[in-house]
Design a protein around this ligand. Structure first.
Ligand code: FE2
Length: 262
């Protein structure tokens, strides 16, 4: 083993130990051999075999459920700009640097999006069991000329694993020369061979899948299964260096991590 790889592994081990039992559990889930990860996948019913035609037809979320099952991503809703502005006016969003605001679970924004749109109910149908929030939702801003953007791990294709589902709502208009996320359509159907992004062949993924850019008008709300490959496209050399993208973001899971309900 080359010394630099050994150093990296020791550093990662210290990071995991610092997080305590939570860190060790996560490390185990992500770094176990394939047969252990396959067992955990089956134990949590992540093959989605319950999503047959009859089940989908009888759902009040039929169209979105079918898209999420077939493509791994669905445009779930569009919230009117005026409604969004009144929900956002209590937050000061700095659009000159990368930053994140953690939202309270009983905030009007979280209630209006996650509760009123019945996101947990929708995802419970997708999982065939309860869906939970993984942590408090956030508002996050990325800016092209923030140097931290160049080093973000999400700039390459990766899978977040174990069917974690993400909600991303655009809080400003985003086109394909702005910062945006790209999703590899239908890449979510089976468990990935590895969750270690450094082991993924980026070129092969790029060639194998049709891409879906998460762009659109302010208020566009996407839901995607992060078992599928996705990455941040930062377009650093295109258009204005002061370009920014603001999103509301939330992660959901079928009971693997801390079980947060609202
Ligand atoms: Fe991710």
């Amino acid at each position: 083993m080359i010394p630099i790889e050994l150093t990296r592994r020791i550093f990662r081990l210290f990071t995991v130990l610092k997080m305590g039992s939570k860190g060790i559990k996560l490390w185990f889930y992500y770094n176990s051999p394939k047969f252990v990860r396959t067992y955990l996948w089956k134990k949590n019913n992540l093959d989605l075999s319950h999503l047959n035609d009859t089940f989908i037809k009888n759902s009040i979320f039929s169209d979105n459920l079918l898209e999420l099952k077939d493509y791994g991503i669905t445009k779930f809703a569009k919230i009117e700009s005026s409604k969004l502005d009144s929900l956002l006016n209590t937050y000061h969003i700095d659009k000159t640097r990368n930053n994140t605001i953690h939202l309270s679970l009983d905030s009007d924004l979280v209630r209006s999006v996650i509760k009123d749109l019945k996101i947990l109910e929708f995802l419970s149908e997708y999982y065939g069991g309860y869906a939970y929030l993984r942590e408090n939702p956030t508002i996050s801003c990325l800016v092209k000329n923030d140097p931290k953007l160049h080093h973000k791990p999400s700039r390459i294709y990766h899978s977040d694993g174990y069917r974690q589902v993400s909600l991303m709502m655009l809080l400003n208009d985003v086109n394909d020369s702005n910062i945006h996320m790209e999703y590899c359509l239908s890449s979510h159907k089976k468990q990935q061979l590895t969750y270690d992004r450094r082991r993924l062949n980026q070129e092969l993924i790029d060639k194998a899948f049709k891409k879906f850019p998460l762009i659109g008008e302010k208020g566009s709300l996407f839901i995607f299964d992060t078992e599928g490959f996705h990455k941040g496209v930062y377009n650093l050399h295109k258009s204005n260096p002061k370009d920014y993208r603001v999103i509301m973001h939330a992660n959901f899971h079928p009971g693997i991590y801390e079980k947060i309900k609202i």
